[in-house]
Design a protein around this ligand. Structure first.
Ligand SMILES: O=P(O)(O)OC[C@H]1O[C@H](O[C@H]2O[C@H](CO)[C@@H](O)[C@H](O)[C@H]2O)[C@H](O)[C@@H](O)[C@@H]1O
Length: 322
């Protein structure tokens, strides 16, 4: 709406809506106490004039920029994307602006990002943690952070059921489908969760059920699954459990190229991409979206009241894609 609308202030919106300035600011800041009829009236004017409160105006008036930093490890991670996608609508609903930044598993980068977020006076952070990221680095944020994918004492953390997911797949393949030769392609054990926990769960199950282990470990890439395929096939497995969907995509590609699709592939993740390309893959869902929802809600409740630190482990579920 013309040049005029770009210069509108909260005072103008208040006048046009027939409410006070403070009511307009409460609508802008998603105050749940504002009556729905008032909110609708103000929002109609805001939309009509395409009014955007400037951040400096909000800050000067003491509303502050409500900012949450989200530090992901990889912008191209399917699992982290799913979790972040679940967080965003909740943060928006409560008037927070998310700042999404990537650490690439670098402790230095996390430190740099957290310093920037501190300088910007971010209200809170959600950090996708990884092996080597020490809790001491996060101490400033203890009461206003949620840590994803790893558990740290005295912090609020959202974790995945790494051991349960592997065990569920093995039980199904071994007990229900009677596979005896089950291989495993995982992640190197310096990665303590996706790597060591999932590999250890496989080894434990093999030991408890007299299965000869056949395991190869690599990294989180599709290529790793593809490249380890040939080695694992040397012991002629009838089923192969993959620690992640990316590994399963690589393995499935190899099996398809070599017409070995009779080998059952099982995976942990249940991503849309894997389901679309290789719908026969047996999957366990870790609940990345649920984890994102828990994280956003926990952080918001921490920011509103003092809550005790807790670790939430999202339960895993076996999915039957018929
Ligand atoms: O290929 P992806 O979709 O990215 O899924 C692979 C695994 O990613 C996550 O684990 C990795 O990142 C974590 C931080 O988000 C880190 O703590 C962990 O060490 C990495 O392996 C996710 O937590 C796993 O469940 C996914 O399987």
């Amino acid at each position: 709406m013309s040049e005029f609308s770009n210069h509108l202030t909260i005072k103008d919106i208040a006048k046009l809506s027939g409410v006070s300035k403070s009511t307009v600011s409460r609508v802008i800041n998603h105050d749940p106490m504002v009556k729905e009829t008032t909110r609708n009236k103000v929002m109609a004017i805001i939309e009509q004039y395409q009014f955007t409160p400037s951040k400096s105006a909000r800050a000067m008036r003491g509303y502050g920029n409500k900012v949450i930093g989200i530090v992901v490890t990889r912008l191209d991670s399917m699992s982290e994307n799913q979790a972040v996608r679940a967080m965003l609508p909740i943060l928006y609903q409560y008037g927070y602006d998310p700042i999404i930044i990537e650490s690439q598993f670098s402790v230095d980068k996390v430190e740099e990002h957290l310093t920037m977020l501190k300088e910007k006076q971010a209200d809170g952070v959600i950090i996708f943690a990884f092996t080597g990221l020490e809790p001491s680095l996060l101490s400033f944020w203890k009461s206003k952070s949620v840590i994803m994918a790893r558990s740290y004492p005295d912090f609020t953390c959202v974790c995945y059921d790494d051991i349960g997911a592997v065990t569920t797949l093995l039980e199904y393949l071994h007990q229900s489908k009677h596979h005896q030769k089950i291989g495993f392609i995982g992640i190197e054990q310096h990665d303590q969760t996706t790597g060591a926990l999932r590999y250890q769960a496989y080894m434990d199950y093999c030991q408890q059920n007299q299965i000869s282990p056949n395991a190869y470990l690599g990294n989180l890439s599709y290529r790793s699954g593809y490249e380890l395929a040939q080695s694992i096939l040397s012991l002629s497995p009838t089923a192969i459990v993959c620690a992640t969907d990316a590994i399963a995509l690589g393995l499935n590609k190899y099996l398809q190229q070599n017409q070995l699709e009779h080998i059952v592939v099982a995976s942990i993740g249940n991503s849309e991409l894997l389901n679309f390309l290789f719908p026969n893959t047996l999957t366990v869902e870790l609940g990345f979206d649920k984890a994102g929802t828990y994280a956003a809600k926990e952080l918001l409740s921490m920011l509103q009241n003092t809550t005790l630190a807790k670790t939430i482990t999202v339960p895993s579920t076996l999915i039957f894609n018929e």
